[in-house]
Design a binder for this molecule. Structure first.
Ligand code: AP5
Length: 216
């Protein structure tokens, strides 16, 4: 099964994609994670993306479409994938249609996580992750089971994202509303959209997503 998780910054796309990887063996394809890895590696794509991401703007369509095209050609993507953070505008959605058609792949469902702006700001300002394995947490909603120790790898070093500061979050939300929100209508018109109440707790959102996928 191939799906898109669509939603604003902080809606829970990454959190739910990781849970779907664990429950269904699908592969999370996160353009944000791929771009952050490129920045950390100092690659050509990373050098182009760094300042853009720090401002909260969108990296060029050309860059992200080429990253996704390469990623779709890797064998693990053939077991089913969850696109997280891609597409982010109508041009990227049209490019994805072409990439999938040329590879004989089918998009099964687009799951929209609907969350209000106030909650998004709270989620992003409390987010942190393990620097060793990348597992994500939240100060109030998802703390490590043992204080100061990562549940997944036992590491004790945690980091926050450079673009989770108040000013950049505001800019990211504005860009989502202007450029990405139109994809809701795009996929609704194709009969692919399923809206989920992303305001619910993490477990309840997972339950709703599993139910949507079961009856698909
Ligand atoms: P990207 O990494 O994609 O960030 P984003 O879309 O802004 O989304 P986030 O990762 O911030 O949020 P999320 O929805 O995954 O939430 P999470 O699960 O972590 O993109 C970053 C940048 O890269 C962009 O600004 C852009 O510059 C560039 N980029 C990436 N893709 C691009 C593209 N296609 N085109 C151009 N540029 C691109 O949850 C957030 C927090 O809330 C966590 O702490 C979590 O524990 C908590 N939480 C999650 N669910 C719940 C819940 N139900 N209740 C309470 N807390 C919850």
């Amino acid at each position: 099964m191939n799906i898109i998780l669509l939603g604003p910054p902080g809606a829970g796309k990454g959190t739910q994609a990781k849970r779907l990887e664990a429950s269904r063996g699908m592969k999370q394809l996160s353009t944000g994670d791929m771009l952050r890895a490129a920045v950390a590696a100092g690659s050509e794509h990373g050098r182009q993306a760094k300042a853009v991401m720090e401002r909260g703007d969108l990296v060029s369509d050309e860059t992200v479409v080429s990253i996704i095209a390469d990623r779709l050609d890797q064998p693990d993507a053939r077991r089913g994938f969850i696109l997280d953070g891609f597409p982010r505008n109508v041009a990227q959605a049209a490019a994805l249609d072409r990439l999938m058609a040329s590879r004989g792949l089918k998009l099964d469902m687009v799951i929209e996580l609907a969350v209000d702006d106030e909650a998004l700001v709270r989620r992003l300002s409390g987010r942190f992750s393990c620097s060793g394995c990348g597992k994500g947490y939240h100060e109030a909603f998802e703390r490590p089971r043992s204080e100061g120790r990562c549940d997944a790898c036992g590491g004790s070093d945690f980091v926050r994202r450079a673009d989770d500061n108040a000013e950049t979050v505001k800019s990211r939300l504005g860009i989502y509303n202007r450029q990405t929100a139109p994809l809701v209508a795009y996929y609704a018109a194709l009969g692919k959209l399923k809206r989920i109440d992303g305001m619910a707790g993490i477990d309840e959102v997972s339950r709703q997503i599993e139910e949507a996928l079961r009856i698909a």
